[in-house]
Design a protein around this ligand. Structure first.
Ligand code: COA
Ligand code: AMP
Length: 631
């Protein structure tokens, strides 16, 4: 790596990075401490994230360069939107929002499919200094309602529908249900009417997206402080209440500029593709803000890796736009490989523009890694980060002359600013090769979240209290002698389903609310395509006569309706009892290990150890991976 350890930890290093972005007023401070005991950076600088993404690029002469390549195989649409055109759309839409009373500091909820208007919505909020909260389209109304009550948006932005393969998902009725369920009532819902489906605008405050802009004057960028929030992004924790991760403007902009150029190795004019969705952190950092702030053209893709129309879609997109590098979840490549194991579809396209591919979001299995490397003949780079961090924690520096080479099974080495340690349960640092809790020694670098919306105490209790002096990532793993980091999986009740982060605790709340259920545990089991899927282990109340198949169907429906289809909760298995400690706590950590077919130690606190064998047998007979013997 090109940076010395001392440089990486010093404020001077980040002050130097901060000079690479355009401030309206340069920050006088670097690192500061927040009320929650966390850290912020560049609190007193003044900037605007939309300005950096659009106006500044235009001032640098990139007005006629393509900012977004919208590619939608599901609607057979392609658009190349220049920085000039995007700014015009964003400024006008920001004017419309202002006309509806949206001002600096107000919150706006965005529930939209992958259409350019979604990027317009986010950037327009940023332009006004308003705080957007994007909710992924696969979440059910109940989940949207929870977010409405927490973020209390003045306005909701949505579209008439999304498209999932050949299925139209009508978004507006979902938003209506969410608003009906929520205690907080937004003043307006703006609906972008897609040609595929026209939504009824029949609720109080409903407005048509285009009409709302007709008389609007373009809005200029509102300066905000570095510490002011840019967005809230809800992510799954261990309970039914998701955590509203708050991202600031200043540290975020500095971190993204660093990550885009130094980690991903992108330069202005390059074509970048973040193959994700604006509903996830990747969509915020590396579909919208990062690439645009770095002067790249960003591919905005509405489709799936397969069946839209075939498993060659990703290769077609790379060839059509001359993609230089991309980010993707391994699941997508597993889906492509399943359909096209020989990679024949890739042979049809010129993929020579591609320098390397980054993957993250879930474990990269060696088979997918090998297949992809062989097929593309470019480096396939596993790296690791989270919603909370907003940018990678471990990765090679592809923008430097000597990046650390990928190492199978590892997500590479810590990046500048992340002093990563592996700790045992008591907080002692573990030597190389020993597995434990992966933590980051404080302070955290710029860009990492410094709070939870409305709940700073939860930020401290979720991340800072278990291991004083460290940020607790919730991931387990180890480091090797040369400092490469290996992520083995979550150590809490979070699972990753097709690269989507979900809380099993949240699903447990839904399952246990069923009148026939005495108690339950939801665990993630290994699945070849999606990595993990949730399975409910359910104890039926004494005297209940419901058939297990009937109960399963009802529970599946309930989770679908209350969490959303993206949870992929399709199995609920009836068990006689659950393993517990003598004080009555369900032994979830042990269940997780059994489900992941990992070796487990029989906990000394267990009430009756024979239950573990029973559960293991039930999982095996229900078709899930066999668990090894304890040891
Ligand atoms: N809006 C509405 N519904 C959505 C949705 C959205 N944005 N995204 C997913 N869903 C629904 C799907 O339609 C599906 O519903 P169904 O049960 O009625 O079929 C359900 O949620 C599960 O979706 P998914 O897990 O995506 O399964 P799939 O079979 O549709 O696709 C893959 C499988 C592997 C192709 C797909 O998951 C994929 O492309 N994964 C890559 C993930 C990714 O990019 N993650 C980014 C993380 S950084
Ligand atoms: P999210 O907040 O949705 O981005 O999910 C973050 C979580 O995904 C992490 O805490 C990890 O559990 C998992 N994750 C992310 N990247 C990787 C990776 N490269 N390998 C293994 N797990 C990963």
């Amino acid at each position: 790596m090109g940076y010395s350890d001392q440089a990486l930890r010093s404020g001077a290093f980040w002050a130097e990075q901060a000079r690479r972005i355009h401030w309206f007023r340069a920050p006088q401070t670097t690192l500061g401490k927040t009320a929650s005991g966390s850290y912020n950076w560049f609190a007193d600088g003044e900037l605007n994230s939309c300005y950096l993404a659009l106006d500044h690029q235009i001032e640098q002469g990139r007005g006629e360069q393509v900012a977004l390549y919208y590619d939608s195989p599901v609607t057979d649409t392609r658009q190349a939107i220049t920085f000039n055109a995007l700014r015009e759309r964003v400024a006008r839409f920001a004017g419309a929002l202002r006309g509806l009373g949206v001002e600096k500091g107000d919150t706006v909820l965005v529930y939209m499919p992958m259409i350019p208007e979604a990027a317009v919505a986010m950037l327009a909020c940023a332009r006004l200094g308003a705080v957007h909260s994007v909710v992924f389209g696969g979440f059910a109304p109940h989940e949207v309602a929870i977010r409405i009550d927490d973020a209390r948006p003045k306005v909701i932005l949505t579209a008439s529908c999304g498209v999932e393969f050949d299925k139209l998902i009508a978004y507006k009725p979902l938003v209506d249900q969410a608003v009906a369920q929520a205690r907080h009532k937004p003043q307006h819902t703006l609906v972008y009417q897609r040609p595929l489906l026209t939504a009824a605008l029949d609720q109080p405050g409903d407005l048509d997206w285009e009409q709302a802009q007709q008389a609007a004057l373009p809005a200029e960028c509102v300066p905000v402080r570095g510490e002011d929030p840019l967005y809230i992004l809800y992510t799954s924790g261990t309970t039914g209440q998701p955590k509203g991760i708050v991202r600031d403007n200043g540290g975020h902009a500095v971190a993204l500029q660093f990550a885009l150029t130094q980690v991903y190795g992108m330069q202005p004019g390059d074509v970048w593709w973040g193959a994700s969705d604006i509903g996830w952190v990747v969509g915020h950092s590396f579909i919208v803000y990062g690439p645009l702030m770095g002067g790249c053209s960003s591919v905005f893709f509405e489709g799936k890796p397969v069946r839209t129309p075939d498993a060659g879609t990703y290769w077609r997109v790379i060839a059509d736009y001359g993609v230089n590098s991309m980010f993707c979840a391994p699941t997508a490549f597993r889906a492509i490989r399943k359909e096209d194991p020989e990679g024949q579809l890739a042979q049809r396209y010129d993929l020579s523009s591609l320098r390397w591919i980054f993957v993250a979001g879930e474990k990269l299995d060696s088979a997918t890694y090998g297949w992809l490397t062989e097929l593309l003949q470019v480096p396939v780079i596993d790296h690791w980060w989270q919603t909370e961090t907003g940018w990678p924690m471990t990765a090679p520096l592809m923008g430097q002359p000597d990046p650390a080479p990928p190492r199978l099974g590892s997500t590479n080495k810590p990046l500048p600013g992340y002093d990563i340690c592996v700790l045992d349960g008591e907080g002692h640092e573990l030597p190389a090769g020993e597995g434990g809790h992966i933590c980051v020694r404080l302070p955290l670098p710029p860009g990492v979240a410094w709070g939870i919306w409305n709940d700073d105490e939860r930020f401290a209790s979720a991340y800072l209290q278990d291991f004083p002096g460290y940020y607790h990532t919730g991931d387990g793993g180890y480091r090797d002698e040369e400092g490469y980091v290996y992520i083995t999986g979550r150590t809490d009740d979070v699972i990753n389903v097709a690269g989507h982060r979900l809380s099993t605790g949240e699903m447990e709340e839904v399952v246990s609310a069923h009148p026939a259920v005495a108690e339950c545990a939801v665990i993630g089991v290994n699945e070849p395509l999606k990595g993990q899927v949730p399975v409910g282990l359910v104890v039926i109340k004494a005297g209940e006569a419901i058939e297990p198949a009937q109960l399963e169907a009802e529970l599946v429906q309930r989770v679908r309706e209350q969490v959303g289809p993206l949870a992929c909760f399709r199995r609920a298995v009836v068990v006689q009892r659950l393993p517990k400690t003598r004080s009555g706590k369900i032994l979830r950590a042990t269940l997780r290990k059994i489900a992941a077919a990992e070796r487990y130690k029989v906990p000394s606190t267990i009430d009756d150890a024979s239950i573990l064998g029973e559960i293991s047998d039930i999982l095996v007979s229900a078709g899930f991976a066999a668990a090894p013997l304890p040891g």
